[in-house]
Design a binder for this molecule. Structure first.
Ligand SMILES: Cc1cc2nc3c(=O)[nH]c(=O)nc-3n(C[C@H](O)[C@H](O)[C@H](O)COP(=O)(O)OP(=O)(O)OC[C@H]3O[C@@H](n4cnc5c(N)ncnc54)[C@H](O)[C@@H]3O)c2cc1C
Length: 389
């Protein structure tokens, strides 16, 4: 099998890249180890930055998002039983975010790819990338029990944190931090208790109120790193959420049947460089952020937009300039997102060994954000997204 761009992984990065290349008249083949139903069900991100929304619309993949997604013009910070709303458009010259689940983004992109795009092969596992430093890189893969080879001009590893592409970048350097806590996340069949996301700092730990639709709530609790989701009963989860969201006014938390529970570890990770020869890494294959800043999916989008532009530029002009700049261009944005995600995480979570002094510093940082327009603008600009490219 032969193609121009071999894409490993049909998460948001791989699927969007295939779509962008298709629109630019460049052919690709996507290899995905899981089956379609699994990819379409995997619950993950839910917040799309303004730039991501614009990219999806521009790629012709925004129709259902515009119909069913929820535009959010702010978030609420909750601490010391107080509530403070951060107004994004007022602070950023009109920017906002969209609540539209990653599962739905993937469903939309899969449908488009199968209808209009090149091959998207499910249950096809990439085993290795070979010859990345030659003009003919190859992906060795297994499909229906047999091994085969995809010959390419370029390979893009969009295979997430546990994929195989990264190991084909020799002499890479990694920068990493693992946090001593995780998120216990639930999906519940109940209307969200607030119409925007609520980020709560509490001495007992962080809590986040989010949503997937007007009738489905997504809520998270900070829990110790080795927590088993089933060790929490539904009632214990609701009781703890109630404690952490407590305010002095009459706000209350709506409870409903919990349909899914899972624990997400918290990690910051960057692999440099994001390119070796004709192999490029994109999305979680190259970097991970703790979900507090809602940046992971949005970074993946930035990477593949940067690659698609660079390849289209090469096709149009014969110049490798933008492909050569790919890693540095992406990493600049990646590190801003790493910084913001780290800041949000340390601002809002209670580390197991945190001292009362550190607790007071968190409150002082929150007080600063909520009383200084400059500090609040900094948060709003980062949350709604850093420019791509
Ligand atoms: C609980 C949770 C909440 C999150 N919340 C947010 C949020 O609010 N906002 C945000 O922006 N981000 C969020 N994220 C992060 C976001 O989900 C990821 O950053 C995003 O999925 C990255 O997309 P990707 O395409 O790079 O990788 P992935 O989505 O991991 O996709 C990689 C794909 O490659 C496939 N694959 C792996 N190995 C192989 C192989 N050898 N051969 C073939 N295929 C392979 C996998 O099956 C998968 O389909 C969250 C993550 C979690 C876990």
């Amino acid at each position: 099998m032969r193609t121009t761009v071999g894409i490993i992984g049909a998460g948001p990065a791989g699927l969007l890249l295939a779509r962008l290349l298709h629109n630019a008249g460049i052919d690709s083949v996507v290899l995905e180890s899981r089956d379609r139903a699994y990819v379409e069900r995997r619950q993950r991100a839910g917040i799309l930055e303004q730039g991501t929304v614009d990219v999806l619309r521009g790629a012709g993949a925004g129709e259902r998002m515009d119909r069913e997604g929820l535009r959010h013009d702010g978030i609420e910070l909750r601490f010391d039983r107080r509530r403070h709303r951060v107004d994004f458009p007022a602070l950023t010259g009109g920017r906002s975010v969209m609540v539209y689940a990653q599962t739905e983004v993937c469903k939309d992109l899969i449908a488009l790819q199968l209808e209009e795009g090149g091959p998207l092969l499910f249950e096809t596992e990439a085993l290795a990338v070979e010859g990345a430093d030659t003009d003919r890189p190859r992906v060795r893969f297994r499909r229906e029990g047999a091994e085969d080879v995809l010959e390419c001009d370029y390979v893009v590893g969009c295979d997430g944190f546990w994929g195989v592409a990264r190991s084909a970048v020799p002499d890479g350097r990694t920068f990493e931090r693992t946090y001593p806590f995780s998120w216990l996340g639930i999906l519940a069949d109940v209307a969200p208790s607030h119409d925007e996301l609520v980020y709560a700092r509490h001495d007992r730990g962080f809590a986040l109120l989010s949503m997937r639709s007007p009738s489905v709530s997504r809520l998270y609790l900070q829990v110790p790193a080795d927590t088993d989701a089933d060790s929490w009963s539904d009632e214990e989860i609701w009781d703890e959420l109630e404690r952490r969201f407590e305010t002095d006014d009459d706000w209350s938390l709506r409870r409903g049947p919990i349909t899914q529970k899972s624990v997400t570890p918290m990690r910051s990770y960057v692999h440099e460089p994001m390119r070796h020869g004709r192999l490029f890494l994109a999305g979680d294959a190259a970097h991970i952020v703790p979900p507090t800043g809602a940046k992971g999916l949005n970074l993946a989008v930035g990477d593949v937009v940067t690659f698609a532009r660079a390849l289209a530029h090469r096709t149009a002009t014969g110049s490798d300039d933008l492909l050569d700049a790919y890693s540095a261009t992406c990493l600049r944005r990646v590190w801003q997102a790493e910084r913001f995600s780290y800041d949000m995480t340390t601002l809002l979570h209670t580390a197991p060994d945190a001292t009362p002094f550190e607790g007071r510093l968190q409150l002082a940082r929150l007080d600063r954000i909520t009383s200084s327009r400059a500090a609040e603008t900094d948060l709003a600009e980062a949350y709604t997204g850093f420019p791509i490219g």
